[in-house]
Design a protein around this ligand. Structure first.
Ligand code: TXA
Ligand code: MG
Length: 495
């Protein structure tokens, strides 16, 4: 197939729109990454997108619109939260998952009854959509599995001869794909993190927004396919999140830990490898450089592919704010090859502990997190939020922690709210949870020995931090007595 190279002139935008209207494929810039567009309402055109990218057909497309009013053509759902997000984030890098109207072909939604919709801020993208007169389905314009394209050259490298046209616009300002948020439930859930963070969206909505728990855990990767193994308890709600992604040709390792030690370890490793004649690329961003890292990351990976890099050594960013979103991509690029520097043995994380709190327990939760990381390198901490002092609802976090432990995604949990009472009630509503609220070290001992509590609850405003940490230690270090106590905990679990 001959691929037309187009500019962003008015005339070329008209040509691009015409190709899409007639069922063809056009790669075009957006503010996040380049997209590969087709008429979202034309099943044959959409099928061609899957083929051109080599993309699995259960991975749904994002449908792009150029006017907020077009949302009501795609979904019947209209909530206050959606309106707030449309007002404050559109046009921009936010994708909302909503129930799909019947006119959207199921090939566009990967067979789902929901559709992901986004109104990009890129002028070029919006002109193409408006001019074409149809909503445009556009996944990132890369071959499936490759790093997402942030310049037109990346699209040319991947798609020349596979698509009808490539619109050569500016480099993408954001550099990572849009934040995907599921608006179908009571509590909005982030399915794919982006430059608009969990914290930011919670602030805008004035209510809690939770990350898909699947985002917080390292998936088991299949040796054959390189994709995440389907774990029914931990199925990402965005189908695309399970696939191998963003993989550079080079081997890649992520160094995680205190920044001095990480820098030292990386430069030592670099010397070793270079002595053996390997070409090494180092990627280090400071914790305050999240946005820069987002903008450059995919492009850096592609440069490495081009210049024959053998090994990429990258430093992990702090997993909060935009850093969380960048690390979501970085982990996948490296196939979760993570070296924990502060952990001498560098291996054997054995116990997963989930932490959750509301605003009243936030400060204590942070102290506990720090304490646990220092206490034992075999603990893996799953921080379920909240992530600030901003007011949130304890039932959401108590339930989230309860479900995380009950489903086996974590071995144990610790929850905190002002008194520990409300959040322990919420956790105890989940079947299989035995959450004990403790205010003394003796209670901590007994709630493990007798009740085999799998979640510990603490009061951030009622128990001094030092005592709280002693309670945590006692609870973790005590063993369940079993025997007659087992009969009783079995009764609890039956309820
Ligand atoms: O920034 C972006 O979003 C770019 C530009 C081109 O707009 N597009 C993009 O599309 O990244 P794509 O196809 O590479 O990623 C779409 C993600 C996938 O993880 C997919 O599984 C998820 O969105 N998704 C799409 N529809 C969904 C739905 N109905 N429910 C849940 N997840 C959905
Ligand atoms: Mg993609």
């Amino acid at each position: 197939m001959e691929t037309k190279i187009l500019s962003t002139s008015e005339q070329d935008i008209r040509i691009a729109a015409e190709i899409i209207r007639k069922g063809g494929l056009v790669a075009f810039p957006t503010e996040t990454v380049y997209g590969l567009g087709a008429n979202a309402l034309d099943p044959e055109a959409v099928a061609k997108v899957y083929k051109a990218k080599g993309r699995p057909s259960d991975n749904p497309m994002i449908v792009h619109i150029s006017h907020k009013d077009d949302m009501s053509k795609l979904t019947d759902l209209k909530t206050h939260d959606m309106e707030i997000l449309m007002d404050s984030c559109w046009p921009g890098p936010l994708t909302m998952v909503v129930p799909a109207k019947d006119l959207i072909p199921r090939v566009t939604t990967g067979g789902l009854d929901t559709v992901a919709v986004r109104m990009p801020s890129s002028e070029v993208a919006r002109s193409i959509i408006t001019e074409s007169g149809v909503p445009i389905a556009a996944p990132s314009a890369n071959l499936s599995g490759h790093p997402s394209p942030t310049t037109y050259q990346h699209c040319i490298d991947d798609l020349m001869g596979r698509v009808d046209a490539i619109v050569c616009g500016a480099d993408c300002k954001v550099g990572i794909e849009s934040t995907v948020i599921d608006m179908t439930g009571e509590t909005p859930m982030i399915l794919r993190p982006g430059i608009l963070t969990v914290e930011h969206l919670s602030n805008i909505l004035g209510k809690e927004v939770v990350p898909d728990p699947a985002l917080l855990k390292k998936p088991e990767i299949s040796k054959e396919t390189g994709n995440a193994v389907q774990d029914p308890d931990f199925k990402p709600k965005a189908p695309g999140m399970k696939y191998k992604h963003y993989a550079p040709k080079a081997e890649m390792a992520i160094y995680r830990g205190s920044s001095d030690k990480v820098t030292e370890a990386i430069s030592k490793r670099r010397e070793e490898l270079e002595r053996r004649g390997k070409k090494v690329e180092v990627i280090i961003y400071g914790d305050d450089e999240g946005e820069k890292a987002a903008r450059e990351f995919f492009s850096r990976l592609r440069e490495c592919d081009k210049n024959g890099t053998d090994v990429i050594l990258a430093a992990a960013l702090k997993e909060s704010g935009v850093g969380f979103s960048v690390m979501n991509r970085m982990f996948k690029s490296a196939g979760y090859n993570i070296i924990d520097i502060d952990n001498e043995e560098g291996s054997g994380k054995t116990m997963i502990i989930a932490l959750a709190s509301d605003h009243g327990g936030y400060a204590l939760k942070e102290k506990i997190k720090e304490h646990l990381m220092e206490k034992d390198s075999s603990y893996e901490i799953l921080d379920l939020g909240t992530h600030s002092e901003e007011s949130v609802d304890y039932p959401v976090y108590g339930k989230l922690c309860g479900e995380t432990v009950a489903s086996g995604k974590a071995d144990l949990g610790i929850v905190c709210c002002g008194t520990g009472i409300g959040i322990s009630i919420a956790a105890n509503k989940v079947k299989g949870i035995r959450c004990g609220l403790c205010t003394t070290v003796e209670m901590a001992h007994l709630t493990k020995e007798h009740n085999n509590a799998n979640i510990l609850a603490l009061g951030g405003r009622t128990t001094e931090p030092e005592l709280a940490l002693a309670i945590v230690d006692e609870w973790l270090d005590t063993d369940f007595a079993g025997g007659r106590h087992k009969r009783r905990t079995d009764m609890l679990d039956e309820m």
